[in-house]
Design a protein. Sequence first.
Length: 98
Amino acid sequence: MPREDADVSEAMQELFKDEGIEIVSDAHISKVTGRSGEQVSVELSGKEKTVLKGSHLLFATGRTPNTENIGLDIAGVEVTERGYVRVNERLQTSAPGV
């Protein structure tokens, strides 16, 4: 939840922890076996190899903006340091009418 406010992320992590849901970040999935709703095994690689087992699998990868080299600068549309289109509270960009 990197795009959320820190307090929202912390609250979600605490809620998941209370429900027995483990959050693993900065890991690479090497292998998935089984069927969600029955039994699932997920093999992770990172600092050390880990296998998680459970009945359900939620896989959240996030999104990557595709805003490079498409002329946003020419149109006057500003982007954030991560490449997302910068908008105000009314979802208006820095370019009038866009």
